[in-house]
Write a protein that binds this ligand. Structure first.
Ligand code: ZN
Length: 471
């Protein structure tokens, strides 16, 4: 039986437009999906948009649209941008899809029927920006750490609560013990430690309904309340499979997310699934953030980079490369347009692009035609280890070491000084290695890999247009 691999990005909240942060998660998820396809696995890759909640209704009102029209519009900007970056998701889920809404209601009813949801009075500090409650200890100068410009609201209302506290010990066991029936991995390791120490410090129950937020899914047994947007949103990973008839892809192999939503994905989601007696995902991986020229990216600083901006300057393939090679794996990564330009010229124009052009030219002048090299395999040392751990930036470094090594080999052997016959050995090695490099970069640069494979497939290897013209 073919191994199955299910990878998801978060569903992006429609109060925002696509920026480099979303692009990072989605490009890397696509790279991981393509890599697993290359390994011969059957892959399901999910992305989408998160469309309920007070903040969405508020934004819609500001621009004079109904919440649904507003969601349709913003959701489309996300759905349309990804294919331009050669991102091939298998399904785009929207939480306003009536099928999703029905599945959410069924799941919450199931948890309610099992006795893990109760009604109580809730008083808390609510950030409308995050759509979540905070405790005093979470706040920075009495403000939400992510929204210092928004007022924190004191809210008191009767809500339904999910018994998250009951699941805390089970979650700790599930994370720590690889033989636990509900075992799942939280990675990288610093994120796992962070979650474990928070869980061990004690966890309260979670308010999962709102009395005055009509833009949401009604609680099935009490229509005066709607389901908390996070409770609704997390279920997308499961509902998408039911909607598409791909339930056999559950549990997910990987939820790839940014670190700001780790708690929801590594704690609340698994507790919900345990309460509903469903298997938990195998791994939650949270990456860090991009800094833009040494500063945090923010609308107010005006330093937000949009994916379209990158594509206009570098094209889709190079944009994928620049994103993946600066992937903020476990610490923040400093990027910027100047830095990206330098990287583009060094690694793509002068690195891969130049090597390919150089070898093609040599083959052409030396009348070399490919004959006896083995078909390209993924034999680059370290590559698979890094790809399996989602360290895509380090996997690229391994490939680029090969590119440099091949350049050195050609410099040393000087095939251009030799007779055609003698030059053959060097060129056979060079072409074999180039095809192997093309295979390895395929998840990152699918179009470039296809171009290289075509150029070196013979019977006559010829020079072609440069893959990456200098900027
Ligand atoms: Zn906030």
């Amino acid at each position: 039986m073919t191994k199955k691999f299910f990878v998801s990005t978060p569903i992006y909240y429609v109060n925002d437009v696509p920026h480099i942060g979303h692009t990072c998660t989605t490009v890397v998820a696509d790279i991981i999906a393509r890599y697993h396809k290359l390994l011969g696995e059957e892959v399901f890759f999910l992305t989408g948009t998160d469309e309920h909640g007070a903040k969405v209704a508020e934004e819609a009102k500001k621009v004079g649209l109904s919440p649904q029209d507003f969601c349709d519009k913003v959701s489309q900007t996300f759905a349309a941008i990804w294919p331009k970056l050669n991102i091939h998701f298998d399904y785009f889920i929207r939480t306003t899809n009536p099928q999703h809404e029905k599945i959410v209601q069924e799941l919450i009813q199931k948890i309610y029927d099992r006795g893990d949801i109760y009604k109580a009075k809730y008083e808390g500090l609510y950030c409308v920006g995050c759509e979540r409650f905070y405790t005093e200890a979470d706040l920075v100068d009495d403000k939400c750490p992510l929204h210092p410009n928004k007022e924190i609201q004191k809210q008191a209302e009767n809500n339904y609560f999910f018994k998250l506290s009951k699941y805390a010990p089970l979650l700790i066991k599930a994370i720590e013990n690889p033989t636990d029936l509900n075992h799942y991995q939280v990675s990288p390791s610093a994120k796992k430690e962070e979650i474990l120490s928070k869980l061990k410090a004690g966890v309260g129950d979670l308010s999962i309904s709102r009395a005055n937020v009509p833009w949401g899914i009604p609680i099935p047994w009490d229509k005066s309340q709607t389901i908390y947007v996070w409770f609704d949103a997390l279920i997308n990973y499961y509902s998408a499979l039911k909607i598409t008839g791909k339930e056999d892809f559950w549990p997910a192999d990987l939820h790839l997310i940014g670190k700001e939503i780790l708690w929801f994905h590594a704690v609340i989601w698994e507790a919900m699934l345990m309460a509903a007696k469903l298997p938990v995902p195998k791994e939650v991986f949270a990456h860090n953030f991009y800094m833009i020229d040494g500063r945090k990216m923010s609308k107010s600083l005006g330093n937000v980079i949009a994916p379209q901006q990158l594509m206009d300057k570098f094209g889709p393939e190079a944009t994928r490369y620049l994103i993946a090679s600066s992937f903020p794996y476990d610490k923040d990564s400093d990027v910027g347009l100047q830095r990206f330009t330098e990287k583009y010229n060094a690694d793509l124009a002068n690195g891969l692009g130049n090597l390919v052009a150089r070898v093609a030219k040599l083959c052409e002048t030396k009348n070399y035609s490919p004959s006896n090299f083995e078909s390209a395999s993924l034999k680059i040392a370290g590559y698979h280890d890094f790809m399996q751990k989602f360290q895509v930036n380090l996997a690229l470094e391994e490939i680029w070491k090969q590119i440099k090594a091949l350049d050195v080999l050609i410099n040393n052997q000087k095939p251009w000084e030799k007779a055609d016959e003698e030059a053959q050995t060097t060129l056979t090695t060079a072409v074999g290695n180039i095809l192997s490099i093309a295979k390895a970069v395929e998840p990152f640069l699918p179009e470039t890999a296809a171009k290289i494979e075509k150029q070196f497939a013979g019977p006559k290897i010829k020079s072609a247009k440069p893959l990456f013209p200098r900027i």
